[in-house]
Ligand binder design. Sequence first.
Ligand code: ADP
Ligand code: ZN
Length: 516
Amino acid sequence: MTKHSILKEYFGYDTFRPLQEEIIDQLIDKKDTLVLMPTGGGKSICYQVPAMLLDGLTVVISPLIALMKDQVEALRANGIKASFLNSSISSVEQDAVMWAAKLGELKLLYIAPEKLFSGNTMTFFKELKISLFAIDESHCISSWGHDFRPEYRQLSIIKTEFPEVPIVALTATADKITRKDICKQLGIAEENTFISSFDRPNLSLEVLPGRKRMQQIQDFLSTVPNQSGIIYCLSRKTTESVAANLQAMGLNAAYYHAGIPSEKRSKVQENFINDDVKIIVATIAFGMGIDKSNVRWVIHYNMPSNVESFYQEIGRAGRDGSPSKTLLFYSFADVMMRRQMIFDSDMPLEQKELMEAKLNRMQQYAEANICRRRILISYFNEDLGKDCGNCDVCKNPRKNIDATVIAQKALSAISRTREKIAMTMLVDILRGSRNQQVLRYGYDQLPTFGVGKDLRSEVWFDYILQLLNYGAFDIAYDEAHIFKLNATSMEILKGQRQVQISEYISPQQRKEQEDA
Ligand code: ADP
Ligand code: ZN
């Protein structure tokens, strides 16, 4: 059979999607390959078609044990002999699968990495005729990725143990250094990397300040009535309270997180796929392997910890290519919390720095004054070549203003309080609020007290963030996020440097401009 007849006969498709055919040819030629395709891009076909073309067994390594059964059932329904090995099945069943493999009765075998390296599995594999190793979610092999899994590390021995067998590593999410590392560990030549475009022009991108989120969600939902969508939250508790709020508004919503019994979880998932539930409020536990094409919107109630996760999560909307909306709520407090979580974790220092750098990139996206899609796409080392016209920045470019005096006011307040204050206190001092904390420290006596009364507090929050990004001052993550002056601060205070930032536009103004 040819690859086209296999595609048609077993999978029911007439044509390959971009790059699928090239990747398949490459594997038939026994060339090790790295495949980067966004979620829903069609990675599975890239190893399933070679599995059917090549003589022997294709071994698919995946950490997503929960999905294996469904994947295998889908293949069997298409008349493909497939099976899986992981800790969810009994040892008797595992033996039966091993026998089937030995007798040459299988074309595809899915296996979890921990299973591959336990007991005598490796020895057993050595006796089989293996045609191809497919390593799914291959970014898990790299500690440069956002989802490093130590059990993946051992996969580097595949090349030494099976030098003759081609390897295809697949991932939907890997920045440049992660890709390099995957190639290095699996012995793949870097030039054999295939990257399909990550651009999803049908997804609109919008960021709004994380204030009065429920109200903003209600407004947003009125623009997508009765459409399926997902709201991602950081904590399990938030998913429950947001879902309850939506239900109280009369909306058809359910929550989903890893803390609810797996039976109930499958039920919620099924209801969503069948359109019996329209809105899922979930932690990141939701979405892996869900193939629902008509998700029309995704909201991030809290900012994700990195661009890879964010892109993967919004990528669950609009898989059918129709216009779909995404909204990210951004608040400084959320970023601080994420930063604190990294700081408090017991990761090695190097890993913490990496996670922090990734968080910074995510924050830059949220605070962007240039086309947001450019930022996303450039993260995956692609160049969009033009502004997208489908993000809030493109739709409402912000005007630049001279913020030298604004910066001087903020910096002198930081200096007058001897660099002991964080965001909220700084805004209180600038705005001249006589609250308890201010009075307790006598900050109402400072000459800078109230010098920023002319700007509303949300404007100050926005400008201070921009100034922080500009580098006008530093922030001490190890000291309750208090602000510290640096060399740039001094230049600004002395009037040796002019500062430009973007003019504040309120969410309301933004909406009006968009409607106009
Ligand atoms: P990924 O693993 O990259 O997230 P999948 O392999 O699950 O994506 O494929 C996503 C969807 O695209 C599936 O529904 C799949 O059947 C479909 N698909 C893949 N390749 C093709 C193709 N050549 N033509 C039509 N549909 C395809
Ligand atoms: Zn844009």
